[in-house]
Design a binder for this molecule. Structure first.
Ligand code: B12
Length: 252
């Protein structure tokens, strides 16, 4: 992306007035609250590159831990025009338009299998995408006449999801990863892709990765066809998958 004149577009954060560089940040230190802890927090912010540092909040987070909210000013700037990230470009149809389009282009229902995989037990995200009710007024895949949606739930091993998707002749597989501690979502996603390759279906089905710390760039790097992050909508997923199926043609 560039600005209108294809010129560099230098930006920095602002708090009170444009270009003041003010940032709010929050972190935890493994020491109880004290004046010494507060000064340590300010020193840490200075090391992060902040000037005019101020600790607005210091609270006990647990035994021997303190939570801080700090304000500081940054000199750093970003050239917005030099930032280049892949985005999911969707020319979106409504639910009824999409159902009609699938009927015309594919002539059958699109089969989708999804789950929250590995040790992750958070189902709300995958439910928001797949279940009838959907999320924030945006109906889930079950609501579409031309989607056959199988939501396997939480803590589903990658192999189980893949095996059931293969047995069910899936067009797309949806993987949800919410917990990100120690990058477990990345390890699990990599394992899923490896097992999809081992089972010979990689490249033959649309692979979708979603979760609050997922973005399209990361998903592509991991070997998925698309990534959906926070605030995703089933309607976006439905449009992406339907167009992907039409382009890839079903092989399974
Ligand atoms: C509800 C909840 C739980 C419930 C889950 C119940 C359930 N059935 O899902 C319970 C109590 C079981 C739970 C347990 C745990 N939780 Co919890 N939980 C949450 C909480 C409060 C809300 C999550 C949620 O429902 N969000 C709403 C949905 C709609 O948002 P979403 O998941 O982001 O999904 C959207 C997008 O990401 C995307 N999306 C998601 N998946 C997919 C998949 C596809 C294919 C697509 C296209 C899109 C997509 O679309 C969705 C809609 O827009 C969050 C904190 C928070 N506020 O987010 C913590 C949170 C996720 N939990 C956390 C933790 C640590 C845990 C536990 C480890 C706690 C513990 N020590 O036991 C356990 C995990 C156990 C396990 N094995 O997984 C941490 C994770 C930290 C991290 N970075 O990894 C969080 C962030 C809380 C925190 N701040 O510490 N949790």
């Amino acid at each position: 992306m560039t600005d209108k004149n294809n010129q560099p577009m230098i930006i920095r954060p602002y708090g009170d007035r444009l270009d003041d560089g003010i940032v709010q940040t929050a972190f935890v230190l493994p020491v109880p609250p004290s004046e010494k802890a507060k000064e340590a927090a300010r020193e840490l912010m200075r090391k992060m590159g902040f000037i005019d540092t101020k600790i607005a909040t210091m609270e006990k987070a647990a035994e021997q831990y303190s939570f801080f909210i700090g304000y500081g000013r940054l000199k750093h700037t970003i050239d917005f025009s030099a930032i280049d990230v892949p985005e999911v470009v969707i020319n979106k149809m409504s639910r009824t338009e999409l159902d009609k389009w699938i009927g015309e282009k594919i002539g059958r229902k699109i089969v989708v299998f999804g789950a929250c995989t590995g040790t992750d037990s958070h189902t709300v995200g995958i439910d928001a995408i797949m279940n009838m009710k959907g999320f924030d007024g945006d109906y889930g895949l079950e609501r579409y006449a031309m989607f056959e949606a199988h939501n396997l739930g939480a803590q589903v091993p990658n192999d189980t999801l893949l095996d059931q998707a293969i047995a069910g002749h899936a067009d797309a597989i949806l993987v949800s990863q919410i917990v990100t501690q120690r990058d477990i979502h990345i390890d699990n996603a990599r394992h899923f892709i490896q097992r999809a390759k081992d089972k010979g279906i990689y490249g033959k089905v649309i692979l979708v990765l979603g979760g609050p710390r997922i973005d399209h760039k990361l998903a592509l790097e991991l070997g998925f066809d698309v990534g959906f992050g926070p605030d995703s909508r089933a309607s976006d997923v439905a449009n992406f998958v339907a167009k992907g199926v039409v382009e890839k043609k079903k092989v399974l």
